[in-house]
Design a protein around this ligand. Structure first.
Ligand SMILES: C[S@@+](CC[C@H](N)C(=O)[O-])C[C@H]1O[C@@H](n2cnc3c(N)ncnc32)[C@H](O)[C@@H]1O
Length: 464
């Protein structure tokens, strides 16, 4: 009889492959096991953390046989930090897997096996590239700690003193805040009881401008030691251009809040993409890899290859960065985004760059697409850059009704991109090619840009 796997069982498996999520895949008694840290060709022991009917998740315990492709991770936190999944793999190997993920997702999910895939656009910087980091205050074995969650543990944070995805300045700022908070005896968040004062420290940087923003998130506006804590941060953190205090008294463990107070410096930081300037406020969305964002936008521009008089529609436009990057090459751009604050930033950033042919509207893409289909506006190209979950069928049906000649689909999730491309294909938009762009070295994430052209003979069904 085959023995049923249980939580906390320790098993040995051979790693056969890597999954889109970055997990290491093996089998045990006919069940798929998804662990971390193992590479194809390796044998590992791992401990089961969750079981389902046909598969189970496991935590890496020991390497029993190593792959020749394994390298020594640069960071001593690699085995406990959930940030970098693939620091044990050469960058060239990471790229090979990521490109394969796109090819396989297109073939398996999108039934688009023959789509040409361009050589991937690799990142110039494979370390120190992040412009944003969110540190969590918590505990480790009853001691206060601030840094990242231990891999797979919501209730355990480790003291981060080393990280190669962000600047040294960011790690140094964290050390100053940690020391000051401990000396001033300001309680760290307790994830189990919900008590404490300090919740998050969010660092944002202008990688091309040197601006440096800190945002401390606490439960209360007033707390013992607050003024001294802020004074020590202002005094100690070199190059600090903004210090914000966010008050979040709610239970939900997220780094947003009810009140945002500028304690010191500028109300925003400035970042560059190419020769454009962008002002970023503490909660505005901005791509986390500033330098590689220019490469991504150059790929989008090349896929769109717009003529000077074209009208472009930029769906899910965030704070309007793609729209503004394209605006000077085209007749006009309309950007649509759900987040009203991001749209305000987009308008501000258009003015900051002297761009007057970009219009931005806040609202749900699905709803605004209906209004657009009843207007007499025609768009030559539609750019789509949805969240990881991709687009809904309704949104795709409504995009198709606008009859743009070209769609440039941007996505950070090969699985939902493949699903959406298939839906577009059923509506007469045929994918021509896909370009992988690596925005996130040391992780399994990959961005992709696809060009779709409309079959002029295809008639989309009528709808709302
Ligand atoms: C991947 S981000 C876009 C990034 C942006 N294009 C850029 O390059 O910075 C996806 C955006 O879609 C927005 N969004 C999510 N659902 C939406 C919806 N139903 N309608 C409009 N925007 C939506 C999110 O707020 C987010 O800003």
């Amino acid at each position: 009889m085959i023995e049923k796997l249980r939580k906390f069982d320790t098993i040995e498996i051979d790693i056969e492959d890597l999954a889109l999520t970055g997990k290491s895949i093996g089998h045990h008694n006919g069940m798929v096991i998804m662990s971390d840290q193992g590479l194809p060709g390796e044998r590992i022991s791992c401990q089961i953390t969750m079981t389902k009917r046909r598969y189970a998740f496991a935590r890496f315990k020991e390497l029993l046989k190593a792959s020749p492709r394994r390298i020594e991770p640069r960071c001593s936190n690699f085995t406990r930090c959930g940030g970098c999944t693939w620091q044990n793999l050469e960058y060239a190997d990471q790229i090979e897997y990521k490109t394969r993920f796109i090819r396989e997702a297109l073939a398996r999910i999108g039934k688009l096996a023959n789509i040409p895939i361009d050589p991937p656009v690799v990142a110039g910087e494979t370390f120190y590239y992040r412009n944003k980091m969110e540190y969590t205050f918590g505990h480790h074995d009853d001691d206060p700690a601030v840094g990242m969650h231990v891999r797979g543990r919501f209730d355990k944070v480790f003291d981060l003193k080393e990280c190669y995805l962000q600047s040294e300045q960011s790690v140094q700022a964290l050390e100053i805040v940690r020391q000051a908070a401990i000396e001033l005896q300001i309680p760290f968040m307790n994830e189990r009881t919900g008590d404490g004062e300090l919740r998050f420290l969010v660092v944002r940087e202008g990688k091309l401008t040197g601006d440096f923003m800190l945002n401390l998130v606490t439960f209360n506006r007033e707390f013992a030691g607050r003024d001294e804590l802020f004074a020590r941060i202002i005094d100690g953190v070199s190059g600090l251009s903004s210090l914000f205090h966010t008050v979040n008294g709610k239970k939900a463990n997220v780094a947003i809040g009810d009140e945002l107070i500028l304690v010191h410096g500028q109300p925003h930081l400035t970042e560059h993409i190419g020769d454009l300037k962008f002002q970023i406020t503490p909660f505005s969305f901005f791509q986390t890899n500033s330098r590689q964002t220019k490469s991504l936008y150059d790929v989008i521009l090349e896929h769109a290859s717009p003529k000077p008089d074209e009208q472009i529609l930029d769906l899910f436009c965030g704070c309007g960065t793609i729209s503004l990057y394209l605006a000077r090459q085209v007749g006009s751009v309309l950007g649509i985004e759900l987040n009203a604050e991001a749209i305000e930033m987009a308008k501000r950033n258009a003015a900051l760059n002297g761009i007057d042919n970009a219009e931005f509207v806040a609202g749900d893409v699905r709803k605004l697409l209906v209004e657009l289909s009843h207007s007499d506006r025609h768009f030559h190209t539609i750019i789509t850059d949805p969240p990881r979950a991709g687009m809904e069928q309704k949104a795709i049906q409504r995009i198709v009704r606008l009859k743009a000649d070209k769609i440039v689909a941007v996505s950070c999730n090969p699985a939902t991109l493949a699903r959406d491309l298939e839906l577009f294909a059923e509506s007469g938009y045929i994918t021509q090619r896909v370009t992988p762009v690596d925005m996130f070295p040391q992780t399994a994430h990959i961005e992709a840009v696809a060009t779709l052209l409309r079959d002029p003979d295809f008639q989309p069904p009528a709808g709302d």
